[in-house]
Write a protein that binds this ligand. Structure first.
Ligand code: SF4
Length: 270
């Protein structure tokens, strides 16, 4: 009785017979099963596509590795004496000279540092320096207020936390005031022989032009280069690119016609 009424009610509302409903539900289940199969198929396709992309990425990384070793080989022949252009006798002097080299030529820094290092021979003397006097001593290198503050603050921390000696790890160096990854990697590579990739304005420009990276952020470039350059070549890579950036691949007018990398280089953005 109840069922009959329900059936009647359902017919009134235009709904299907229970058996039809059952068939429809079976149909829906089948459809959803076949949809699931389709989705599984799609997932399989996307997995296999991902495998292809991973393969492509691996290939492109190995290609980058190939070309980067060739680039290093050619640049080593072209610049056999590539080295840090900042004059220094110890890690502290290199640290101070690198701070001074921001937005300034190495030549100008080298003109200022002999007298500076004579006046301030160690971390203690820089830490205790009169700030105004230090500003005047480095005035010609530009941004002298910030640089003087960084040198003094840096040497105070070196004195207190590291017994007056420049620390030898990237983590400790970047905790010093005014010291970024670029300066830290210069000090590590040049003064301590610890491999590090320096990404300054030359390295940033050249890695982009050579198609080694699409990144513009120095830290991201550094990380990408660490992936494709053997660790033993990290320090040389920076020094060689800086030498090449100064001699041939200049910012405004790269001399591609006489560049030894001409055949390898895609000249991105030129
Ligand atoms: S070919 Fe041109 S763009 Fe490429 S590294 Fe040489 S100078 Fe720079």
């Amino acid at each position: 009785m109840k069922i009959g009424r329900r059936y009647k009610d359902s017919r009134k509302k235009g709904n299907a017979h229970p058996s039809t409903e059952l068939r429809m539900s079976v149909g829906r289940v089948r459809m959803s099963v076949s949809r699931s199969r389709m989705s599984v198929g799609r997932v399989r396709m996307s997995v296999s596509r991902s495998r292809v992309s991973v393969g492509r990425v691996r290939m492109s990384v190995s290609r980058s590795r190939m070309s980067v070793s060739r680039i290093i080989q050619i640049l080593r022949k072209t610049y056999p004496d590539a080295e840090c252009a900042l004059h220094h006798d110890d890690p502290l002097q290199l640290l101070v000279a690198t701070i001074l080299s921001a937005q300034c030529t190495d030549k100008r820094v080298n003109r200022v540092t002999p007298a500076l290092f004579k006046k301030y021979p160690n971390a203690k003397s820089f830490a205790e320096a009169n700030l105004k006097e230090l500003e005047q001593d480095i005035h010609s290198t530009g941004f002298y207020k910030n640089k003087a503050k960084a040198i003094k603050g840096c040497c105070q921390l070196i004195l207190v936390n590291h017994g007056g000696q420049v620390p030898k790890t990237l983590e400790e160096l970047v905790h010093l005031p005014g010291i970024g990854r670029k300066t830290a990697n210069v000090v590590l590579g040049v003064a301590f022989g610890v491999p590090g990739i320096v990404v300054d304005t030359h390295v940033k420009r050249l890695t982009y032009r050579m198609g080694l990276t699409k990144q513009t952020d120095p830290e991201k470039i550094e990380r990408e280069m660490m992936e494709i350059i053997p660790k033993k070549d990290w320090t040389d890579f920076g020094l060689l690119l800086i030498a090449h950036g100064r001699a041939i691949c200049e910012a405004r007018k790269p001399k591609c016609e006489i560049c030894p990398l001409n055949r390898l280089c895609p000249k991105v953005g030129i």
